[in-house]
Structures are given as C-alpha cells and as structure tokens.
Design a protein around this ligand. Structure first.
Ligand SMILES: [Zn+2]
Length: 148
C-alpha cells in the first residue's frame, strides 16, 4: 500500500516566482570604511586652560605657575600650594616683586576682601624670602666634634 500520508515535498512555489523588489540602494562594493559617528552629549568646546591673574602685576598665566593665597573660612591668610583649599583665593606669580607689593600695598587685601594682619604678613614674608633666594643656612655645628 502506498503511503498517502507521506508529506509531499515542499515545492519552492511562491518564493521563486515572486518578483523580487528592485533594490535601489547603492550596491556594497567591498568593505565600507567605518564612518565616524559623532557621540551625542559631546559638545565641541575650545580647550579651556584655567587662567589666573596675579593680583600684583595683573599678569595672566596658567594656574600652576601662580601661587594661591587663601583666606581660610576662619580668616587666616595662608599659602595654598594645592590650590584646592576652601576659602577666598588670590593669586601671586613667582616674582618676588609681586609678593613685595602684596605686602606693601593693599592689592592682596583687596583681592581677599580682608586685612593682611601681622600673621599674614609673616606668611607672605616667609614665602617672599624663599623666592628671593635660598635662605642662608647656617652651617650645622656638630657637637660630637668637640669630643676630642
Ligand atoms: Zn605678578
């Protein structure tokens, strides 16, 4: 008996006869160069280098070459080598004359909106001394030499 239940081979009926839609897109010719995709959220800005102004000579320079003087929240005037301390800051360049001016004129006091008191003067003077040159280091007397 013939098996009538045998599934008839599937003829590639409609698929082959269906006219394919004409592809109007440009044909791919080999691997395409990757297209640089602009990332969203990236705004093109000119590179911003933070500039600071020396309060004495008004010279603008990149932040790093200027020394920050900070008035701490409790009113102290301190040198802030890190530039990150809290408080109102003012900047002086590395010229000793500018530190001299900060000591003798109200430029720094004005910039910090405070008075430069004796303690602050000492702080500035100490830094000024280190700028004007290495402090004269007294030769260390070695007491052990005495033991002859
Ligand atoms: Zn200066």
């Amino acid at each position: 008996m013939e098996r009538e239940t045998e599934p008839t081979s599937v003829q590639n009926g409609p698929e082959t006869t269906t006219p394919r839609a004409i592809i109007v897109e440009t044909p791919r010719l080999g691997p395409q160069p990757p297209r640089p995709e602009p990332k969203r959220g990236q705004i093109h800005r000119p590179k911003h280098v933070p500039q600071r102004t020396c309060v004495a000579c008004r010279d603008k320079d990149a932040k790093r070459t200027l020394t920050r003087i900070v008035r701490t929240p409790d009113g102290q005037i301190e040198i802030d080598p890190t530039g990150k301390r809290n408080g109102r800051g003012a900047y002086l360049c590395t010229q000793a004359s500018c530190w001299q001016r900060a000591l003798t004129t109200p430029v720094l006091a004005r910039a910090l909106k405070t008075e430069i008191d004796d303690t602050a003067c000492m702080t500035l003077q100490t830094h000024l001394d280190s700028l004007s040159g290495p402090p004269a280091t007294a030769p260390a007397a070695d007491p052990s030499e005495r033991d002859a």
